[in-house]
Design a protein around this ligand. Structure first.
Ligand code: NAD
Length: 254
């Protein structure tokens, strides 16, 4: 198993992509801390992982809150004694009630700041609290979930969302250089459209239009994003750091 005895923290583990990532890492032997604001979803998932012979604990947290983040990482240290893998996956992409995106002039400052807090500040807080533990062991791997919206403006994304994901990719590049001397790799995965609850926030009509722009002709399955994340976390990617891997079915090329 590629993550035998490694300890991983996955945020947004109660959602579509996060759940697939957690299941994949658990199947590959990682011991996990599942973080999400939706407590029931991660508790159910933790029980499911434990039933199939894995190890996982659920920690309810608002990932934009420094104290919540600190508590979850302390629980990881108390339970497992280390943190080797971090996946910054929690995110939000607010839509208007009719499923269309808000234009920049329609976005309130409060909504802008909330998207930044959940999509970007969360990655800062999780990295800040995890990296000292990785440095202590002289190794670690971090993957953050960006978006094709960070690469080309996106299919259905609003500006606060694109800006937050662009910043996640920029942070990934700088942080990768900063922590490389400690044996820590930092990468991002940029999915195009993925069949999860987030995609369901858009109207059927907009999703159909988006499908027409994907050369592979379908949305990604969460497992396909999880495979990319697992690859970047694994030793198979031991010489890869600072990249944003484009996983968009050909929607973004080059
Ligand atoms: N679905 C897509 O098409 C798509 C495309 C590109 C990128 N992404 C990114 O992938 C990631 C996962 O998206 P998904 O499709 O699985 O979405 P999802 O809505 O199914 O899951 C997101 C999870 O994050 C959790 N979350 C939200 N706010 C939180 C907070 N403040 N603190 C802790 N947890 C919180 C939710 O409870 C949920 O479990 C996000 O970062 C998203 O931006 C998704």
């Amino acid at each position: 198993m590629i993550f035998d005895e490694r300890v991983g923290v996955v945020t947004g583990a109660g959602g579509g992509i996060g759940r697939a990532i957690a299941m994949k890492l658990a199947r590959e032997g990682a011991r996990l801390v599942l973080v999400d604001i939706a407590a029931d979803d991660i508790e159910t998932l933790a029980r499911e992982i434990e039933r199939s012979g894995g190890k996982a604990l659920a920690c309810r947290a608002d990932v934009g809150n420094e104290s919540d983040v600190g508590i979850c990482l302390e629980r990881s240290i108390a339970e497992y004694g280390r943190i080797d893998l971090l996946v910054n996956n929690a995110g939000i992409s607010p839509k208007k009630v009719d499923g269309t995106k808000a234009t920049l002039t329609e976005i309130s400052l409060c909504e802008w700041e909330q998207v930044m807090r959940v999509n970007l500040t969360s990655a800062f807080l999780m990295c800040k609290a995890s990296i000292p533990h990785m440095v202590r062991h002289g190794q670690g791997a971090i993957v953050s979930i960006s978006s094709s919206a960070a690469l080309d403006g996106g299919m259905l994304a609003a500006t606060h969302y694109s800006a937050s994901k662009g910043a996640v990719s920029a942070m990934t590049r700088t942080l990768a250089k900063e922590v490389a001397p400690h044996g820590i790799r930092v990468n991002a995965v940029a999915p195009g459209r993925v069949a999860t609850a987030m995609a369901k926030l858009s109207s059927d009509e907009r999703n159909r239009a988006a499908l027409g722009r994907i050369p592979l002709g379908r949305f990604a399955e969460p497992d396909e994003i999880a495979d990319s994340v697992a690859y970047l976390l694994s030793e198979q990617a031991s010489y890869i750091t600072g990249v944003t891997l484009n996983v968009s079915g050909g929607y973004v090329v080059g």
